[in-house]
Design a protein around this ligand. Structure first.
Ligand SMILES: *[C@@H]1O[C@H](CO)[C@@H](O)[C@H](O)[C@H]1NC(C)=O
Ligand SMILES: *[C@@H]1O[C@H](CO)[C@@H](O)[C@H](O)[C@H]1NC(C)=O
Ligand SMILES: *[C@@H]1O[C@H](CO)[C@@H](O)[C@H](O)[C@H]1NC(C)=O
Ligand SMILES: *[C@@H]1O[C@H](CO)[C@@H](O)[C@H](O)[C@H]1NC(C)=O
Ligand SMILES: *[C@@H]1O[C@H](CO)[C@@H](O)[C@H](O)[C@H]1NC(C)=O
Ligand SMILES: *[C@@H]1O[C@H](CO)[C@@H](O)[C@H](O)[C@H]1NC(C)=O
Ligand SMILES: *[C@@H]1O[C@H](CO)[C@@H](O)[C@H](O)[C@H]1NC(C)=O
Ligand SMILES: *[C@@H]1O[C@H](CO)[C@@H](O)[C@H](O)[C@H]1NC(C)=O
Length: 465
């Protein structure tokens, strides 16, 4: 009895409340409206319900048969933030579908039949954070599509038939929060790698490109190689799905993060090799050259402090340098004006992100070769000098007076370093062949030269992206 006495008014007031509620906000019969969520999924809808609760924040109309949405379809839902339209039959969106829906933060259009993502589709959705477009029939994404989506964090375009993507429309300040761009399982064979390399670091770090129809080439390989080096998640998580085909023949598919033998000549072919060979883990330079060692680590912050440990000079920080021959740039790059042989060794850079308490290190094994020509000449001259001296002594001992004209030390043979043009590998060989007759005594030139050319080819740190 007491129980009923207590419960009576409570139930009544609840009933009243819900009546009030529904009189203000009409929930269509096929939907379920709870709190600020209206769910009309799997309701066999061919059209959006005419009226929906005014205060809905989340609207779920996925798994229906809708093939069309009119302009301003959501204008009566001013609080709408999450819109789920997945698994419908939409082939395109008319201009203005999302007019007056600028509060949208999450938009799921996956598993529809969209074909061309037109520039106007998401106009005005400047609060949009997640855009799901996977598993459609998209062949093309128009260049201005992402323009103005300045809050975008994640965009999913996988499982479509996209052949080209407007990477250039994503720039440092246009999409400052974008950390995930999924373009996997599409049909991209050639990408504009220049545009890809120009993407903000955060986007590159979260760019998914696996399971496309990429064609193997050195530029492509070098981009992935750099990402792999930095341990980006898309490469770690989908190592085996990163494939490319030789000459576009799908039968000759290579898992290029596992098998890199095909790309070995990328390091030799100069024109395309440069980005590949800039791994500064091993640096080979000649004495007297200027060396730049970069300190690119996995840390993305722009506010990093760097410390180098050098075998010959110990710890180097920006404040500790008191030497015009060595400089540490704000970006962590260490520059040594003229390296000495005893500068060789393992250089370790530590990048420190003080705000986040993170650090990362980068190691570079520097080998400084004595100037090739000189070292050879010295050895050669010394040897020659010894022989000549010995001959002179013998002559002196057995003949008098000595008329040894060869006692005068010959000028060391000129090695054609000065004429060597590092921009052409062949010239290194042709020049040595050409000069062979002149310096027949010096059989080593041919060996000396390729070493020099390798130095020139392999160490191009300024090219690091
Ligand atoms: C839609 O937005 C326009 C301006 O962009 C405004 O004039 C109009 O009143 C809005 N409609 C609704 C229903 O909020
Ligand atoms: C790769 O893409 C094709 C369609 O392009 C898809 O059918 C397949 O499931 C994808 N494979 C993986 C492993 O994602
Ligand atoms: C490497 O060289 C071989 C033979 O010279 C050639 O068939 C192949 O296409 C080259 N690879 C690349 C990536 O250029
Ligand atoms: C390296 O060589 C220079 C002269 O070439 C010498 O002054 C310096 O002391 C050497 N440093 C070390 C660590 O051996
Ligand atoms: C830097 O070197 C100069 C002389 O070369 C010296 O007078 C000065 O005290 C040095 N400064 C530091 C911070 O070691
Ligand atoms: C670092 O800064 C120096 C000087 O400003 C520049 O020459 C060098 O290319 C930069 N290195 C990297 C990796 O950005
Ligand atoms: C780098 O981080 C590790 C822990 O992750 C810490 O032990 C170490 O002291 C840090 N090094 C520096 C130079 O801050
Ligand atoms: C650095 O390279 C030299 C020659 O290339 C090699 O002998 C040495 O072992 C390497 N050092 C390390 C720590 O890898």
């Amino acid at each position: 009895m007491t129980c009923a006495l207590y419960q009576g008014p409570l139930l009544l007031s609840l009933l009243l409340l819900s009546l009030l509620h529904s009189s203000q906000e009409i929930c269509p019969s096929m939907c379920l409206c709870v709190s600020d969520t209206a769910s009309c999924s799997s309701s066999g809808l061919a059209k959006l319900p005419k009226t929906l609760p005014f205060s809905s924040v989340t609207l779920d109309v996925s798994h229906n048969h809708m093939s069309w949405l009119g302009p301003g379809s959501f204008k009566n839902l001013p609080r709408l933030e999450n819109l789920r339209l997945a698994h419908n039959q939409l082939t395109s969106l008319d201009p203005g579908v999302f007019r007056n829906a600028s509060g949208l933060r999450f938009l799921d259009l996956s598993s529809n039949k969209l074909q061309v993502v037109q520039q106007h589709y998401f106009q005005g959705l400047w609060r949009l954070e997640e855009l799901l477009l996977f598993n459609n029939k998209i062949t093309q994404v128009e260049p201005g599509t992402l323009t103005g989506l300045s809050s975008l964090k994640k965009a999913y375009f996988s499982l479509n038939q996209i052949t080209h993507f407007p990477f250039f429309s994503i720039q440092d300040h246009s999409h400052p929060f974008l950390t995930m761009l999924d373009l996997s399982s599409n049909r991209m064979s050639h990408l504009k790698w220049e545009d890809v390399k120009a993407l903000p670091g955060l986007v590159q770090r979260g760019l998914y490109l696996h399971n496309n129809s990429l064609i193997c080439d050195c530029t492509m390989y070098s981009v992935f190689w750099h990402w792999d080096l930095r341990g980006y998640d898309p490469l770690k998580d989908f190592t085996d799905e990163h494939t490319c085909s030789i000459n576009g023949d799908p039968r000759s598919s290579i898992r290029f993060l596992r098998q890199n033998r095909y790309f070995l000549n990328c390091t030799v072919e100069k024109a395309v090799s440069q980005p590949v060979t800039v791994l500064l883990s091993n640096v080979l330079v000649s004495e007297g050259e200027r060396v730049r060692l970069d300190c690119q680590t996995s840390l993305m912050s722009t506010d990093l402090s760097f410390t180098w440990f050098s075998p010959s000079k110990g710890y180097i920080t920006q404040t500790s340098i008191n030497d015009t021959l060595i400089s540490l740039f704000a970006n962590g790059t260490l520059e040594i004006q003229a390296v000495k042989v005893n500068d060789s060794g393992l250089y370790v850079c530590t990048a420190l992100d003080i705000k986040q308490g993170l650090n990362a290190t980068r190691e570079v094994n520097v080998t400084v070769l004595p100037p090739a020509g000189e070292s050879f000449n010295t050895g050669y001259t010394t040897l020659l000098g010894c022989v000549v001296t010995l001959v002179c002594i013998l002559v002196y001992l057995y003949m008098t007076p000595c008329r040894c004209s060869s006692c005068k030390q010959p000028k060391p043979p000129l090695i054609p370093i000065a004429t060597y043009d590092p921009s052409t590998l062949t010239s290194a060989f042709s020049s040595s062949v050409r000069d062979e007759s002149k310096i027949q005594t010096d059989k080593h030139v041919a060996f000396v030269e390729p070493i020099i050319s390798e130095v020139a080819e392999e160490w191009i740190p300024e090219r690091l992206p």
